[in-house]
Design a protein around this ligand. Structure first.
Ligand code: F6R
Length: 602
């Protein structure tokens, strides 16, 4: 939530800053702004709305500034407005700051500074940062000392970048929110995420919590939390610049749905063997004593956790999916025999990180299943396995759900093997073979899906219900989440058997029921019939020869593979259905209202 960028280079920085902000817009789109050092002063442009609105305000600006900062906001303190947009400056416009995170003690600091005569114009917590720096400058400190004293006063989580008039440096710090340094010859970038500068460089330094950075044209000085010069390695990012653009697609979401054959291929690459099963998940820890697995995540990642828990239970490994915000480490199996799996695309979700920290404190073994290399979850967990889905920019998660579910499927087989429990998952060899076929099967659906027509057919329904059992239940829940997220229409996902215990009261001929039948879910057929009897149109998502097809009014086809795969293919149909409904309704698909990707507040 909120994206920050800073850039110092040998050319003008205004346009790379704005282009970088466009790539970070998935982190928030309530307002946008940039500040550059212009001669001995600072120029600031900011406005509520999108980066495209900001672009209009600076269209005619000719700037030669070679140093600046930028921000795209997801509002926490104060509504979206020009005043609350970052960068924030002190009253005398000497200091400009951008911030991602929350300053928890901003109120007493603000009161103290107001008493000292400093002026505030916004509702934000961030505005204390430039004013505190100004306060310390006014007391004779140089810019670096003023920045460091300010950090000492702040409580909370943050990634901050600051510029000061007359000083040719960017000052930055990371405490709990992501911040990455990009290096291109003698130009440097700091950003919340790599796509912000991937067009310019793939050489990065992942900053650590507690790092304070001064970036000048001549080089970078990083000081760690022990006040020592940090010696972080320069790493090469494995993402290509074209992965962060829309390419030929109208929306990132559509592109990400369509790149699933490739992303799934990468998820399984080198990890599967039709003879040997799951081969190598790069997990060093001995997990043979694990008696219980807690799969913890939020939103879509929680649905992937549900999918994984269903499979683990079938492998006789006791498993539960838990919403990260509801996690309590002090219940259940003794910590020593428990495995905590943080399921998180971004690796930065505050609720999930909070649960991960609780688990670690309780002495539980932890593993992160994440997409982002060196994300906070990846660093803080005892081990990390990467889903390798590539950058996901659309706010609604699509390809990463598929890759998470496949990764958790492989993890379930790995645990079954090391626990020597055997596996009750049907036909493991067939499962492995079908996982390898999954990319082609997704392609088949992308080429043949009838969801555009169905979206029009059911466009003005009162509500949309999604049902399924076991693996199909997690897919039904995910289908409903995706639907409500991008169409703004009411949708619910249920375990099929639950329909008759209450929700059936809502069923009418204006509430289509989408029945996920990726395996032989005979009971779902009965449940779908119960809804049909009450007038609901039924859409089956299943292989051709599944008996649900006879009950259904409409049919979305999925290839008849192992239930793990067929249910994931049903999910692809549901992704497309949501997308087409949202397009018909003219919704801002990649940036649904009130949402942002990577939710870094609890
Ligand atoms: C929905 C969506 C969210 C995320 C959730 C967790 O489409 O994207 O529900 O799944 O905010 O995010 P991560 O996986 O980054 O922890």
């Amino acid at each position: 939530m909120c994206g920050i960028i800073a850039h110092i280079g040998d050319k003008q920085v205004l346009s790379p800053l704005v282009t970088g902000l466009e790539k970070l817009e998935y982190r928030g789109y309530d307002s946008a702004g940039v500040a550059v050092k212009n001669g001995s002063g600072l120029d600031v442009w900011k406005c509520s709305g999108r980066v495209s609105d900001l672009k209009e305000t600076i269209d005619d600006v000719e700037s030669k500034a070679n140093l600046g900062i930028g921000h795209t906001r997801w509002s926490t303190h104060g509504p979206p407005s020009d005043e609350n947009a970052h960068p924030h400056t002190d009253g005398s416009d000497r200091v400009a700051a951008v911030h991602n995170g929350i300053i928890e003690n901003y109120e007493p600091i603000k009161e103290r500074l107001i008493d000292e005569g400093y002026e505030f114009t916004s509702d934000t917590d961030t505005e204390v940062i430039p004013n505190l720096i100004a306060y310390y400058l006014d007391r004779g400190n140089d810019a670096l000392d003023a920045f460091n004293h300010t950090l000492d006063d702040l409580e909370g989580s943050y990634a901050i970048a600051v510029i000061v008039d007359r000083i040719d440096s960017i000052f930055a710090a990371r405490r709990g929110s992501p911040l990455i340094l990009g290096i291109e010859d003698e130009s440097y970038y700091l950003a919340s995420d790599v796509p912000a500068f991937l067009d310019h460089t793939d050489e990065v330094v992942y900053l650590e919590d507690g790092d304070t950075v001064e970036v000048r044209s001549e080089g970078v000085n990083i000081v760690d939390e022990d006040d020592q010069t940090a010696q972080h390695q320069i790493q090469q990012v494995d993402w290509q610049p074209e992965e962060t653009g829309k390419g030929q697609y109208d929306h990132f979401m559509l592109k990400e749905i369509h790149t699933q054959p490739t992303s799934l291929q990468k998820t399984v690459e080198g990890r599967l063997d039709t003879d040997a099963g799951v081969t190598d998940l790069d997990i060093d820890k001995d997990l043979s004593d694990i008696d219980a697995v807690h799969l913890v995540g939020c939103g879509t990642s929680y649905h992937a956790a549900l999918f994984g828990a269903s499979l683990l239970n079938r492998c006789d490994v006791s498993a539960r999916a838990i919403r990260a915000s509801e996690y309590d480490a002090n219940t259940g199996t003794p910590p020593g025999n428990r495995l905590f799996v943080a399921v998180t695309q971004s690796g930065e979700t505050a609720d999930t990180l909070g649960a991960l920290r609780q688990a670690k404190e309780a002495g539980v073994e932890t593993l992160a299943v994440t997409n982002v290399v060196q994300s906070t979850a990846a660093r803080e967990a005892d081990e990390a396995v990467y889903i390798r889905a590539g950058p996901e920019i659309g706010v609604a998660a699509t390809k990463t759900f598929s890759s998470q579910a496949v990764m958790l499927t492989m993890l379930s087989q790995h645990l079954a093997r090391v626990n020597e429990n055997g596996s009750r998952v049907e036909n493991v060899n067939e499962l492995v073979a079908d996982l390898m076929e999954l990319p082609d099967a997704v392609e088949e659906i992308l080429q043949s899906s009838d969801t555009a027509r169905l979206a029009r057919e059911f466009l003005h329904s009162d509500s949309y219900f999604f049902i399924g059992r076991s693996l199909g239940c997690s897919v039904a829940k995910e289908g409903a989440l995706k639907f409500k997220e991008i169409t703004y229409e009411h949708a619910e996902g249920f375990a099929s058997g639950e329909l008759k215990h209450g929700p059936l009261a809502l069923v009418t001929d204006k509430t289509p029921v989408f029945a996920v039948c990726g395996g032989d879910n005979q009971k779902t057929v009965t449940n779908a019939k119960e809804a049909k009897t009450r007038g609901a149109p039924i859409v089956a998502i299943s292989p051709h020869d599944h008996s649900i097809v006879d009950t259904a009014d409409e049919h979305l086809y999925v290839p008849d593979l192992h239930p793990v795969c067929s249910n994931l293919l049903a999910n692809v149909q549901l992704q497309l259905l949501s997308y087409h409904c949202a397009t018909e309704l003219n919704r801002p698909i990649d940036k649904p209202r009130n949402l942002a990707k990577s939710v870094t507040v609890e």
